[in-house]
Design a protein around this ligand. Structure first.
Ligand code: FRU
Length: 526
């Protein structure tokens, strides 16, 4: 087992080389991946560690794979960073840059990177049956890692205590490390503090609240200035849940509130079900599920967490673009699963309440606005469509396509984009807006290969209000995925699709009246 793990794998620039391989989403070269782990920016590179099976393309042998990118778009895969062994699997966690050398793993001049991960202990371990938090460190900028001999550093003798996210907290009384992790089956986020990353003290817990039908996993906690106002800081607590998310199966919810260095207190407005949906009358629960705050309303965005140590304090998250309902059966080979695009998150006031908005990173974060790497396929001015359809440039295999538009649905009942459509109209992924219900609907029931799992064919929807009569859309289609950012990222929908190779037609249709379209652009990124 260890001989394959130890074999150094050559660095590979990952491109669209095999069927469905996306152009600008990270996939492992020829193995399985799930959650993003240890997201950290260091020495000019973004590091993406990830749950990886180094031996195959289904879940198992969990280890931390590793990739780096200068721009969050083009990734280079490196050898496995932290490998499973006979006693433990390496479950999800985070990485910090230990600037003050609080752990003693580095030096004051050359800080170590420290990984805080979950040891999922196996039968051969003296801790068998438990999950506990452990450390590994790197003194060569993340390329090689050593496990700390004092592991585990934090145990609760629990079988489901996992997914530590550690950050540096600075408060009125100084600074310390703070960890958020989960008691997954109790729907609780547990919060600890430490001075040296090795010894941890319990502070508080949070939950159950809102979506609590499944296990709580992969939490994150970070501050953001509402609309950029440094006098109005709010804390965002991300809690992934599986199953029981709004589109079915796994998904990410968030809470907005305050963190005082000990306890997270949610704002009333972010609590659709303060004691959790399970506490509600079953009749009331579905409506409350819609009222919870969702990072993504699609089927395929899970385990989203944010980068540490990013320049300019930007808050950038990445999710796993998959759903545990069918994850192991996606029809790709030899790789299986990809990450979402990196998304910059901000807080903005919506009807007086702070809410997340997300913007995909489509350009080098240092390069400012715009899409320097994109090639224009279409740049249409303003036009009206009345009960008619407009053919857009076809999808181009091996490239990602970006469609942007501001649409005034006007008197129309529906405005629909049909993506990766077949020429006979039978196949295609439909992204539609219904004016009657004010819902944005992503329908992949005829998107191509949906038969590999009974739960894959699906229709997702998100409530989206027009703003001054306008629906603003940014759609990124990358071979096997559709990510939709509506109204400047107030609502996001992410779905995987597996279209037939000959289905490349893109159409925009208006039915039941007349709609006006402004600034329609279609571009591609190689
Ligand atoms: C979430 C998760 C985590 C766990 C990891 C194991 O997808 O179940 O809770 O650490 O995956 O691979």
């Amino acid at each position: 087992m260890s001989s394959r793990l130890d074999a150094a794998r050559p660095e590979t620039a990952l491109a669209g080389t095999s069927r469905f391989r996306p152009a600008i989403h990270f996939t492992a070269r020829d193995t399985w991946l799930n959650d993003p782990n240890g997201l950290v920016f260091h020495d000019g590179l973004y590091h993406l560690f990830f749950q990886n099976n180094p031996y195959g393309n289904v879940w198992g042998n969990m280890s931390w794979g590793h990739a780096t990118s200068p721009d969050l778009l083009y990734w280079t895969e490196h050898p496995v960073a932290i490998a499973c062994d006979e006693t433990e699997d390496i479950f999800s966690g985070s990485v910090v840059v230990d600037h003050g050398n609080t752990s003693g793993f580095g030096t004051a001049g050359a800080p170590a990177l420290v990984a805080i991960y979950t040891s999922a202990y196996k039968a051969a371990s003296e801790h068998s049956g438990t999950q506990a938090q452990s450390l590994a460190f790197s003194t060569d900028a993340g390329m090689t890692w050593r496990k700390y001999e004092g592991n585990p550093v934090l145990t609760r003798n629990s079988a489901h205590f996992r997914d530590p996210k550690v950050f540096r907290y600075q408060g009125d009384h100084g600074s310390c490390w703070v960890m958020v992790a989960v008691e997954a089956q109790h729907q609780k986020v547990v919060i600890y503090r430490s001075d040296d990353l090795k010894s941890w003290d319990f502070l508080s817990d949070f939950g159950p609240a809102n979506a609590d039908a499944g296990e709580w996993e992969c939490p994150d906690l970070f501050p953001l200035a509402v609309d950029g106002d440094p006098a109005n800081i709010k804390w965002v607590l991300i809690v992934n849940v599986n199953p029981g998310a709004v589109a079915g199966g796994s998904g990410g919810q968030y809470f907005v509130g305050n963190f005082d260095g000990v306890r997270f207190t949610p704002d009333d407005g972010s609590l659709a079900a303060p004691e959790g949906l399970a506490s509600l009358d079953p009749e009331a629960a579905p409506a409350a599920l819609q009222q919870c705050l969702w990072l993504d309303w699609g089927r395929d965005c899970y385990a989203s967490v944010s980068f540490s140590n990013t320049p300019d304090s930007r808050r950038i998250i990445i999710g796993w673009m998959n759903n545990w309902d069918y994850a192991n059966e996606l029809p790709t080979d030899p790789w299986r699963s990809s990450m979402t695009l990196a998304r910059e998150v901000r807080l903005t006031a919506v009807d007086g309440a702070a809410r997340l908005i997300q913007k995909p990173v489509l350009a080098d974060p240092g390069a400012g606005e715009g899409l320097p790497a994109a090639t224009d396929q279409m740049n249409a001015g303003n036009f009206e469509l009345r009960n008619s359809s407009l053919r857009l440039p076809d999808g181009v295999p091996g490239t990602a396509q970006i469609i942007e538009a501001e649409i005034l649905p006007g008197t129309a009942e529906r405005v629909d984009f049909r993506l990766f459509g077949s020429s006979d109209g039978a196949e295609g992924t439909v992204l539609g807006y219904s004016t009657a219900t004010a819902q944005l609907i992503l329908d992949r029931s005829e998107s191509g290969n949906t038969r590999f799992h009974g739960k894959f064919a699906s229709v997702e929807s998100a409530p989206v209000e027009l703003e001054n009569g306008v629906l603003k859309l940014l759609i990124v289609v990358d071979h096997c995925s559709v990510e939709v950012f509506a109204q400047g990222g107030k609502a996001v929908l992410t779905d995987l699709i597996f279209p037939s190779p000959e289905s490349r037609e893109n159409w925009l249709s208006v039915s039941g009246g007349s709609a006006t379209v402004h600034n329609l652009t279609v571009s591609t990124i190689n």
